[in-house]
Write a protein that binds this ligand. Structure first.
Ligand SMILES: Nc1nc2c(ncn2[C@@H]2O[C@H](COP(=O)(O)OP(=O)(O)O)[C@@H](O)[C@H]2O)c(=O)[nH]1
Ligand SMILES: [Mg+2]
Length: 427
């Protein structure tokens, strides 16, 4: 259908827009080889073949599990870290119990509130020397985990180091996390004189690192955090390290599982979700328009609604995420809800809601060119304007923009300018 002429159009405009910053979804979940294969799949098997391959990738994404092991001595802050990562306070329903004496030697799993395939595992401390690292890891079901967080509230112990070495030997990654940094800074600040936060942090970091080096770790990295305020100190560096180490799909799942702690997190999530838009649209992508009762747009309504609900949850805009955020921020949830203007938040997503949205009309009239520029070449050349791919793509993109904007407004309402690291919560 519109294929050939769309291709010409695309070539023409891609020159014109070369210098403009057009955000591209080219960073996809597909490798370059897979994308090349997608083209030959299309040449040989047509749209149906492409849909099958994309469906496989979507299923892979849906089924990807992320199991994060959190270990360290009793009292180090493991349970608090797991709660913070799940966006929960210690007294929220489903939170890991904080401050309890570890009585079991079994790992306890805590699922992510919105992403059931993401699980944080609270591992009891390795304890005394009676439990060597290799036996401990075996008992903890070592194979289950994607990586290990080793937490300590002070210097890392000999046990932590043995454990790290064994994890490395067995071929997995570990990250040293030094918790309760807020406490350290608080007591230093109390002592007064010339207090320089950066200097203090550097001292603590260097102290941990040099002790690890003395114990035979060649180039250890230590991340300083406060479980009471993940937005401060080294939490973003920890995320960066993890993102660099994780394979593409797991990395995406990790980012989407992060608690909303800053506008930067929301933006990162948006980028990940954008990669899903063309894939979902492809699944809807018949060549021609299929009219759906109740919806004046020729999109696949099931895919649009499913996509929006998924985006909403990942961006923390579902009801229970908003409740948790309000509690964390110490504000009434109504204050956060008041800044949201899109009807995509706070109720059921029905075909009618989608139809009523102002951007529905824009989707119909918008030019196909930007869609083609934004998606990967093979897909752009398969589906023409007027296809169900096109409308689904436009609707999901517009919905994602709307939801991201709302999530950013909610973050501002919750934390104001607290994203400024100079405004620590430690007074
Ligand atoms: N100030 C401060 N206290 C923390 C932090 N993390 C945990 N705690 C406190 O340390 C104690 C032990 O924490 P918990 O998470 O139960 O440690 P676990 O035994 O390793 O699971 C509790 O009283 C927590 O409130 C932190 O980052 N800063
Ligand atoms: Mg605990």
């Amino acid at each position: 259908m519109g294929g050939a002429s769309s291709r010409d159009q695309r070539a023409e405009t891609s020159n014109r827009l070369e210098d403009e910053t057009v955000e591209s979804s080219n960073s996809t979940f597909f490798t370059n080889e897979e994308l090349t294969k997608l083209q030959s799949d299309y040449d040989m098997g047509g749209v149906e073949k492409v849909k099958t391959v994309v469906q496989q990738k979507v299923t892979e994404l849906d089924n990807t599990e992320l199991n994060i092991a959190v270990t360290g001595e009793s009292g180090a802050g493991k349970s608090s870290f797991i709660n913070a990562m799940r966006g929960l306070e210690f007294d929220d329903e489903g939170a890991a119990e904080v401050g309890n004496i570890e009585t079991t030697m079994e790992p306890t799993g805590y699922k992510h509130p919105n992403l059931p395939n993401v699980c944080f595992w609270d591992l009891p401390g390795i304890g005394t020397k009676t439990f060597p690292a290799n036996k401990y890891l075996k008992k903890m079901k070592f194979k289950r985990y994607d990586f290990f967080i080793i937490i300590s509230a002070c210097r890392f112990t000999e046990n932590d180091i043995q454990l790290a070495k064994e994890i490395k030997r067995l071929g997995k990654n570990f990250y040293f996390v030094r918790s309760k940094i807020d406490n350290d800074l608080y007591s230093k600040r109390r002592r007064g004189r010339q207090f320089n936060e950066e200097e203090e942090l550097k001292k603590i970091r260097n102290d941990c690192v040099s002790k690890l080096q003395e114990a035979g770790m060649p180039s250890p990295r230590v991340f300083l955090i406060s479980n009471f305020d993940l937005n401060l100190y080294d939490f973003s560096l920890l995320n960066k390290a993890l993102e660099d180490d994780l394979p593409t799909i797991k990395k995406s799942v990790y980012i989407l599982a992060l608690p909303n702690i800053s506008s930067e997190t929301v933006e990162k999530k948006r980028k990940e979700l954008r990669k899903q838009v063309w894939m979902l649209a492809t699944l809807s992508g018949g060549i021609g328009v299929v009219p759906i009762p109740g919806v004046s747009l020729g999109c696949d309504i099931g895919i649009v609604i499913g996509g929006i609900v998924h985006f909403r949850q990942c961006l923390g805009l579902d009801d229970s995420s908003l409740q948790s955020l309000a509690k964390r921020a110490g504000k009434p949830v109504e204050d956060l809800k008041a800044v949201v203007t899109t009807p995509l938040v706070g109720g059921e997503i029905t075909p009618d809601v989608i139809n009523r949205l102002a951007w529905g009309a824009a989707a119909v009239t918008a030019s196909a060119i930007e869609v083609f520029l934004d998606t990967i070449p093979v897909i752009g050349s398969i589906f023409g304007a007027g296809s169900s791919f096109f409308f689904t793509y436009k609707l999901l993109s517009a919905a994602l923009d709307d939801l991201t904007e709302s999530a950013q407004k909610v973050m501002s309402a919750a934390f104001g300018n607290e994203n400024d690291p100079n405004q620590t919560s430690v007074q």
